[in-house]
Write a protein that binds this ligand. Structure first.
Ligand code: GLU
Length: 415
């Protein structure tokens, strides 16, 4: 088979698991070569009247377990290799939480802050026009990701429905509630991570009231998990955004921090806080470290300096494989992204179900069901990895890969 499209990061990431599961060549091909890769360029008229071309990607990695599912990000560092890796991780993530989905991811290489709201709307609509024939409720269902939100999903859905000439809300998730979105979706990624942490707290001998937390990233995910954990009695001692962080050993009242950030646009100059850099935040002596920003934050350069006892990966792939090895040797436990941040796609699934049935759930029902899905995935993990002394990432990969390959086998795509 032509190997041009291989996802190099995926091969590296499944190296160890491939040996444990004794995977053959056909199995490795399925797990490292995306089913469909779309790379396209599209014109957008800027406010100045100038026309600019943008590059977009959508990678549909594997659809054996169901339609592919995953977000679309707007970020200057978006590139095809990264999107392939993230689409692979979505495939595993959906399997970990037992959703009837495969995995996908998309993106546009832009710095969204440089564009006006009107320009972002035209970029969002232009992106959807390019992929409209390759997505749909039973094919591939986009959602928000880094720098994309419910407003952008609304424009994307509107463009899609205009092209198709009818209402198809289940084509995109993460929509505003007034446009058939789901209650609770906005903070579901964070709530899912908080449920996972609480489910595991006992096995780590952790009492929330005596547990300090440092959160890197104050976007939707970081801000909400800081808020939720604070409400549940955890002591949030540090938070940061892309400009830098703030620290207070006594802990923050997160509502006040959010108010300050909304008012000034920054975290800095918050009353009573010491200002720290993002690097310093990662190396703080906190019980739990929550990277909730971007990929590759903990690398072989700083892994040796991490002092947290436990890392809850709310961003996708915040720890490089080399850093993972170092943390393992230091006996720092890592709750991997494909479990920790799966709450978002779980509630996306609930949104899709509600759209398909045209019957909408209360917020408490959404949260109750989210908790059941997350708790079940934690139980499955602990079965594979009984006393949490093992490497959780390896266990989750083993479980998820088995589920994907079983679906391929049942379809007759593998012997
Ligand atoms: N972008 C989120 C993720 O990485 C959500 C994806 C979705 O809801 O489809 O999990």
């Amino acid at each position: 088979m032509e190997k041009d499209n291989v996802c190099i990061n995926c091969s590296n990431q499944i190296d160890k698991v491939a040996k444990i599961l004794k995977l053959g060549e056909a199995e490795l091909d399925i797990l490292t070569i995306p089913k469909r890769i779309l790379t396209f360029s599209f014109p957008v008229k800027l406010d100045s009247g100038e026309i600019r071309y943008f590059t977009g990607y959508r990678v549909q990695f594997n659809d054996a377990r169901g339609p592919t599912k995953g977000g679309i990000r707007f970020h200057p560092e978006v590139n095809l290799e990264e999107i392939k890796t993230l689409a692979f991780l979505m495939t595993l993530k959906c399997a970990v939480v037992n959703l009837p989905y495969g995995g996908a991811k998309g993106g546009v290489m832009i710095e969204p802050k440089r564009f006006s709201a009107n320009e972002l709307e035209r970029i969002s609509r232009g992106y959807i026009r390019e992929i409209n024939n390759f997505i749909g409720p039973d094919v591939d269902i986009p959602a928000p990701d880094v720098n994309t939100d419910s407003k952008i999903m609304a424009w994307m859905l509107d463009e899609y429905e205009k092209l198709k000439g009818r209402h198809i809300p289940a084509a995109i998730t993460g929509k505003p509630i007034a446009l058939s979105g789901s209650k609770g979706r906005e903070y579901s990624t964070s709530m899912g991570g908080a449920y996972v942490l609480n489910e595991m707290a006992d096995s780590f001998g952790m009492n929330p009231k005596k547990t300090s937390v440092a959160v890197q990233g104050f976007g939707n995910v970081g801000m909400n998990i800081a808020r939720i954990l604070h409400e549940w009695g955890y002591k949030v001692i540090a938070v940061s955004d892309s400009h830098g962080g703030i620290f207070n050993q006594k802990g923050f009242g997160i509502k006040d921090v959010i108010g300050h950030k909304n008012k000034t646009g920054r975290l800095s100059k918050f009353k009573g806080a010491k200002e720290i850099s993002n690097e310093e935040l990662l190396e703080l002596k906190a019980d739990v470290l929550v990277p909730a920003a971007l990929e590759d934050q903990i690398t072989k350069k700083n892994a040796g300096k991490i002092k947290a006892k436990l890392i809850l990966e709310m961003a996708n792939r915040p720890i490089t494989p080399e850093a993972d090895e170092i943390l393992l040797k230091k006996n720092i436990k890592v709750i991997p992204d494909i479990l920790a941040n799966a709450g978002g796609v779980v509630v996306s699934y609930f949104e899709w179900v509600q759209n398909s049935q045209n019957y909408y759930w209360s917020e408490s029902l959404v949260l109750e069901r989210l908790k059941i899905y997350m708790a079940h995935a934690v139980k499955e993990l602990s079965r594979t990895c009984t006393d949490f002394k093992c490497d959780m990432r390896e266990s989750l990969y083993v479980d998820a890969i088995k589920k994907v390959l079983e679906a391929e086998r049942l379809r007759g795509n593998l012997r």
